[in-house]
Write a protein that binds this ligand. Structure first.
Ligand code: MN
Length: 131
């Protein structure tokens, strides 16, 4: 068993190309075995967001604070707020980000498998997702 103390967690800028500027990532649970469970906390400035991406495994998002949006390709955007969960299914192309006028903090718990990064979310796609 491994205990993770908030006091030991450090946020770093999220990887360019995977996220816009203004996103911070804190790795909280790292894989105990190969291809295992991992958990992170993401903090977004207003309008900051991920690129389009696909997870091989399942992903659970839990919103801690602020307001944001999750968009699955081909589906209507869904606004998310504190206490909400999102269960992303394997293979669903999607992005997540903050609202235009609020920050967003969410946890991401990701099952095994890779994350495949695709193109950035354009300003037009972002506006369509957050109106
Ligand atoms: Mn995701």
């Amino acid at each position: 068993m491994r205990f993770v103390r908030e006091a030991e967690v450090r946020a770093v800028p999220a990887t360019p190309g995977q996220f816009t500027e203004g996103v911070w990532r804190a790795d909280t649970i790292t894989e105990a075995v190969g291809d295992g469970l991992r958990a992170q906390r993401f903090s977004y400035e207003p309008q900051a967001r991920s690129a389009w991406h696909v997870h091989d495994g399942e992903q659970a998002l839990y919103v801690v604070a602020g307001r944001g949006v999750v968009v699955r390709q081909g589906a209507e955007p869904v606004a998310i707020g504190p206490g909400d969960w999102v269960h992303v299914q394997p293979g669903e192309k999607h992005w997540h980000g903050a609202a235009a006028d609020d920050t967003l903090v969410h946890l991401a718990v990701t099952a095994g498998g890779q994350t495949h990064w695709h193109e950035p979310v354009t300003d037009e796609e972002y506006r369509a997702g957050t109106q």
